[in-house]
Design a protein around this ligand. Sequence first.
Ligand code: HEC
Length: 126
Amino acid sequence: MKSLIVSAAVSLTVLAAPSLAHAQDATAGKKVFKRCVACHTVEKDGRNKVGPNLWGIFGSTAGERNVGYKYSPAMKASGIVWDDANMSAYLENPRKAVPKTRMAFPGLKKAKQRNDVIAYLKSVTK
Ligand code: HEC
């Protein structure tokens, strides 16, 4: 039930963000990702840092994909299956999308930055 509520909240956030229609730019996204590298690696078999390695993230279930990483109970209970829309919501405001997530990141407020970093992640995590 809780996961349903969280998913619904994420979907609503995304519906309210027309910005997703913007084009994605993986090259620009690589620069945005500099804000993530303190905590995340992207390559296959990359190590976990404070945050999980992100290889194979799209289409995976939050809290389940990376078995070597200790996710927060909140992330495990979220029921999120990562796609552009819910990742954009999470990156905009992690603690709003997944209350009590351990990702200590204030969020990317600009839709273009979120779209670009998602494009970059898609190009390097599969
Ligand atoms: C200060 C460290 C930190 C920074 C900076 C950070 N993250 Fe995270 N991230 C985390 C942690 C910790 C988690 C695990 C959260 C949990 O379990 O609640 C996480 C989880 C995630 C997840 C979900 C992973 C999964 O396996 O389901 C994604 C996607 C993600 N981060 C993307 C990003 C992106 C993109 C950025 C940069 C815009 C970023 N993060 C910046 C620490 C960070």
